[in-house]
Write a protein that binds this ligand. Structure first.
Ligand SMILES: CC(C)[C@H](C(=O)O)[C@@H](O)C(=O)O
Ligand code: SF4
Length: 471
């Protein structure tokens, strides 16, 4: 019987295996940020240990960096975490993309951008959205702080082997339907637990036709479906994205690596523990209306009526989401008024995402009473976006143009949504209080977020001009 890419990656990294116990896996790349690493380094220090492979470890600051006046950090907790990471990296010999580095950015944006992320690798980080790196055909997952310490000390990790899940998305996406809509649709249809205990392989024509940026958006939210990780087999798109990047070998070595990478693809006769099939042509631009990413509807739809809930549990979840979000049953998505717009996060803050938002923003104006911020995922994305004039498009339309960081994705820095306000956000999580106490998050694509900024409510990006002719 053939093997899935998931099994191939797993087996390639086993250092030690014993019946009935987790496997010991070798870790190729360990990414580190300021929030989940301080205790891990303290642990090392207490035990008098060093970092086993500083050359396979790379750090940056992202969660609590300010996105305006970035060198004036007023929050003492943020200041302390960043200072601690700086000291730890110096002491243990780890490369740090610090706040003043042109390589600084959200850890899941800079890994791929620098070519640290490569096919065939095991990649870990003390952060749940490490699944993003799976887009490159790597086994990438988030770990806890004690595991961060274990990897720092040994470059290995104990892991029980998860099951395999194939998510095949065939057909073609309609105009205006983006990668974010694809993953939101999967979550709306299959719920936030469909991936529990599994590693997902995404495949099918829709995935094959996606750029690396789009694949990253999809893999990023695997964790929202409960999966351990999500990945896409490497192909020519992957190889062309990586060619010439800073940490990727050049010349003949690159060609040899590319040949190896392609062999990772699942064998024709590989069998998965579970499969999900989706027709891409059914997907519309999506908007989350509730307090988990599965509580999502097409922009043309509405929030549920309570009597549509199939179980008591469902009903309770919908009831509490409606109360938190301030909605009544059956309310139309297009009637939701928004006050904040956040274009950013490791889900949707790469150059392509910003281009798609700018396309909508161009020649339009942010709606009165709406604050809209655009936060590039890395300083490198910022430079590239500015080189093609995207900052000017946004600024002329009334958006704010910021420095890179996690920003409004979670309330760990100054970018917070006030209680009761609705935010159209290109991020990945919408639970209660995520963007600030009482904040109401709606997960959408970059195009949908930009359109919401212009209209002050959700509009169908596929019918933008028609909508504007009416108003
Ligand atoms: C702060 C960090 C531990 C957290 C995570 O692991 O995901 C954050 O990145 C998030 O998105 O909630
Ligand atoms: S952008 Fe958001 S989801 Fe991504 S790492 Fe930062 S806080 Fe987590």
């Amino acid at each position: 019987m053939g093997k899935t890419i998931i099994e191939k990656l797993w087996e390639n990294h086993i250092v030690h295996q014993e019946e009935g116990k987790p496997d010991l896996l070798y870790i190729d790349l360990h990414l580190v940020h300021e929030v989940t690493s301080p205790q891990a380094f303290s642990g090392l220090r207490m035990k008098n240990r060093s970092v086993r492979r500083p050359d396979r470890t790379f750090a940056t600051v992202d969660h609590n960096v300010p996105t305006v006046n970035r060198f004036t950090i007023t929050d003492p907790v943020a200041q302390n975490q960043m200072e601690t990471l700086r000291k730890n990296c110096q002491e243990f010999g780890i490369t740090l993309a610090d706040i003043d580095s042109p390589e600084q950015g959200i850890v899941h944006v800079i890994g791929p951008e620098l070519g640290l992320t490569k096919p065939g690798m095991t990649i870990v980080c003390g952060d749940s959205h490490t699944s993003t790196h799976g887009a490159f055909g790597s086994l990438a997952f988030g770990i806890g702080t004690s595991e961060v310490e274990h990897v720092l000390a040994t470059q290995t990790l104990w892991q029980a082997k998860p099951k395999t899940l194939k998510v095949q998305i065939d057909g073609e996406l309609g105009e205006g339907v983006l990668a974010k809509d694809v993953i939101l649709y999967v979550l709306a249809k299959h719920g936030v637990n469909f991936g529990t205990g599994h590693i997902i392989e995404y495949c099918g024509s829709v995935i094959e036709n996606m750029t690396m940026e789009e694949r990253m958006t999809v893999c990023n939210m695997s964790i929202e479906g409960g999966a351990k990780a999500g990945l896409v087999a490497p192909d020519d798109t992957t190889i062309e994205y990586l060619r010439g990047r800073k940490y990727v070998p050049a010349g003949e070595e690159f060609e040899a690596l590319s040949t190896q990478w392609k062999k990772l693809a699942s064998d024709e006769d590989a069998v998965y523990d579970k499969e999900i099939h989706i027709d891409g042509s059914e997907i519309a631009p999506m908007v989350s209306w509730g307090t988990n990413p599965g509580q999502t509807a097409p922009v043309t739809g509405r929030v549920p009526f309570l009597n549509e809930c199939k179980t008591e549990n469902d009903k309770r979840a919908v009831e509490s989401a409606l109360a938190y979000m301030g909605f009544s049953e059956g309310q139309k998505i297009s009637d939701i008024e928004i006050q904040k717009v956040f274009i950013g996060s490791c889900t949707n803050s790469r150059l392509e995402d910003l281009r798609m938002a700018a396309e909508i923003a161009k020649g339009r104006k942010v709606h009165k009473g709406v604050q809209a911020i655009v936060v590039p995922g890395s300083q490198a994305v910022k430079v590239l976006a500015e080189a093609e004039g995207l900052d000017q498009i946004f600024l002329e339309a009334g958006f704010e143009w910021r420095d890179s960081g996690c920003s409004m994705c979670l309330s760990m820095n100054a970018d917070v949504v006030p209680a009761g306000e609705h935010c159209a956000s290109t991020s990945n999580r919408n639970f209660e209080g995520r963007q600030g106490a009482g904040a109401r998050t709606h997960l959408v694509s970059p195009a949908m977020a930009a359109a919401a900024a212009v209209h002050g409510r959700f509009v169908d990006v596929r019918k933008l001009e028609a909508a504007e002719a009416v108003h």
